[in-house]
Ligand binder design. Structure first.
Ligand SMILES: Nc1ncnc2c1ncn2[C@@H]1O[C@H](COP(=O)(O)OP(=O)(O)OP(=O)(O)O)[C@@H](O)[C@H]1O
Length: 583
């Protein structure tokens, strides 16, 4: 008996409520915390003793009943939530004299577990770790409850916002807004939408710019219970971005200045390039000039400056001191093409010079060989030229040992090589070999921005050459810009030269204006024919007329504003004999 009394006293002394039931689930005992709990709710112990435990513990009793059924007692535990309060319970067997006599239900507040857990070393370590992470983060971190009440602020945030965090804990974020510490509160946005939200916040007192992200956390019932706010200082980042932007602008300016310098360099090489298209052409040429053992193709109408650019490429390359050899493929008779290009050994063919002859390729050494009017290369020689370019060696006529091709090759044409391939006048494989690097020079009419500088340069050259001081006024530029210049820069040069030499006036406007009018007027007899026919007819008439007063194809070329090989080719096409001295 004494023992029993002591046992009850012990049970009364424990901090949790204990309820014992018999095998029929009738309440047989309540300890002191349990009766106190009932008294606090205006109930008496007597109302429950001897009654089914369902009246006292409606939510836990089904589990108790289950534990008591069968031969083996089933330990159980669970959680009771009623009227906003929460209790944890545990069901253990009640054994009397080694026989199951019922069950004991122990009930405990969850906070108590928490209090106990807090004393556990593992819990303390974990909490310490979390605090260390929270405080040592270089980003600012705030934690508020679901209503915006500040629960915690880390050190970084205090520094970024220049605030004493301890005075704010327990206050609502709205206070910070009202006090003007911050200009916007991300927590309020998160509370409103229930979603993550990011803002840029400007901190008045520190002048800092923060990237602030608020993230919501929800409990098991979907209620917002925490808002975690992360603040990242982007002041330095913005400054970095600005510096980068400034550096970029500076770089662009330097590049522009460099471009201008390069253009100046071009001008020293006598190449005018004011238009964007010509500048692009020149930059490409400059880049290509740095390549070794290269072959490139310059395309463009007659007089656009292919020859000039070929020289420019050579002069800009590493072998500018080496020879630049120019050969006009149209001017070489078919029979002599290979002999001129590859050279020959003595006695190689009838009429060959006794001593033999060095070819143009060899003469070019490791400089540049310019194959002008490459489209006119005799078909029979095209295969040999291709082999020479492919293998970078060739056999002079009559030689048994090959020689090396050391020079760069720049080919040029105003012909449509694709069309020539189709009409079988140019080898497709040679075209592919030549056009790996192609530079197309636009006609003068497509780059009027170059006109002014070209006219100024040509006038300067002519005035120096003929000791004159002729000028052109801006009025004439309107006319010049409207004129199509089929002969391109060469035609412009011829036009101005004619003006400087022939006009008696110091201002050339009127004289050149008349010349332009005659050159651009359409002859009446061409009105009912097609454009190619009209061009053909005008070409024939001009050649025939100019032939009568010129003493050679060179003079004709200069008068007509085209190259000499073009004159030779066109005379051949129209069946007109060259002037006497060239005949
Ligand atoms: N951009 C330029 N700047 C200065 N002079 C130029 C320019 N383009 C062409 N010229 C001048 O125009 C004339 C004709 O140029 P060039 O002989 O190089 O043309 P081309 O395209 O080779 O002609 P073709 O196909 O008839 O041989 C030359 O006197 C050349 O110096």
């Amino acid at each position: 008996m004494t023992i029993n009394v002591n046992l009850f006293a012990i049970l009364d002394a424990v901090s949790y409520a204990v309820v014992a039931v018999d095998l029929d689930c009738r309440v047989i005992y309540l300890n002191k915390p349990a009766t106190q709990f009932l008294q606090a709710r205006g109930r008496a112990e007597a109302e429950y003793i001897g009654h089914d435990s369902e009246t006292l513990l409606p939510l836990a009793t089904p589990k108790v009943r289950e534990a008591l059924i069968g031969n083996e007692f089933k330990h159980g535990e669970g959680r009771i939530v009623a009227k906003g309060k929460e209790l944890f319970y545990e069901i253990t067997p009640l054994m009397i004299e080694e026989r199951l006599a019922g069950a004991v239900i122990s009930l405990q507040r969850p906070e108590r577990y928490e209090e106990l857990a807090c004393n556990l070393v593992t819990y303390q370590n974990m909490a310490r770790q979390l605090q260390t992470i929270f405080q040592s983060s270089s980003d600012g971190i705030w934690v508020t409850d679901g209503n915006g009440t500040i629960l915690d602020i880390n050190k970084a945030s205090k520094r970024l916002n220049a605030i004493d965090g301890s005075t704010l804990i327990g206050k609502n974020v709205k206070v910070m807004l009202d006090d003007g510490i911050i200009d916007d509160a991300v927590t309020l946005h998160v509370m409103e939408t229930g979603q993550q939200h990011t803002i840029i916040q400007h901190i008045k007192s520190t002048g800092k710019q923060l990237l602030v992200t608020g993230t919501p956390a929800f409990d098991d019932h979907g209620n917002l219970f925490l808002v975690v706010v992360n603040e990242r200082d982007i002041t330095d980042l913005n400054m970095l971005r600005e510096n980068l932007e400034q550096a970029r602008r500076l770089q662009a300016k330097v590049r522009e200045e460099l471009d201008d310098l390069t253009m100046l360099e071009f001008r020293h090489g006598g190449v005018v390039a004011e238009s964007k298209s010509m500048r692009q052409v020149l930059s490409t040429c400059l880049r290509l000039s740095k390549l070794e053992a290269t072959t490139l193709l310059l395309l463009g109408e007659s007089g656009t400056g292919k020859g000039l650019l070929a020289k420019f490429i050579h002069k800009s390359g590493p072998n500018k001191q080496k020879p630049f050899i120019s050969v006009n493929c149209a001017a070489l008779p078919d029979s002599l093409f290979e002999a001129e290009l590859f050279g020959y050994q003595k006695g190689a063919f009838t009429g060959a010079v006794e001593t033999g002859r060095v070819g143009l390729i060899e003469l070019a050494e490791d400089g540049t060989l310019f194959l002008d009017e490459v489209g006119e290369t005799p078909l029979a020689s095209q295969a040999k030229l291709l082999k020479c370019l492919d293998e970078r060696e060739y056999f002079p006529l009559g030689a048994s040992k090959p020689k090396q091709l050391k020079c760069n090759i720049i080919a040029a044409t105003n012909r449509d090589l694709d069309a020539m391939v189709l009409s079988k006048r140019f080898r497709k494989d040679l075209l592919y070999r030549l056009n790996t690097f192609t530079v197309s020079i636009p006609p003068l009419r497509e780059r009027p921005e170059d006109l002014f500088e070209l006219v100024a340069m040509i006038l300067r050259q002519c005035n120096t050459k003929y000791s004159t001081d002729k000028r052109i006024t801006p009025k004439l530029f309107d006319q010049l810009q409207r004129y199509p210049f089929p002969g391109n820069v060469r035609e412009l040069k011829g036009l101005i030269r004619k003006g400087v030499v022939m006009s008696d006036e110091p201002i050339l406007d009127e004289f050149l204006f008349d010349l332009l009018k005659t050159d651009s007027s359409i002859p009446k007899e061409t009105e009912n024919i097609t454009l190619p026919q009209a061009i053909d007819s005008v070409e024939r008439k001009m050649l025939a007329k100019v032939r009568t007063f010129c003493s050679g194809t060179r003079e004709m070329a200069s008068y007509l504003g085209v190259s000499q090989p073009t004159v030779v080719r066109k005379l051949k096409k129209h069946g007109i004999r060259p002037p006497k001295e060239n005949a």
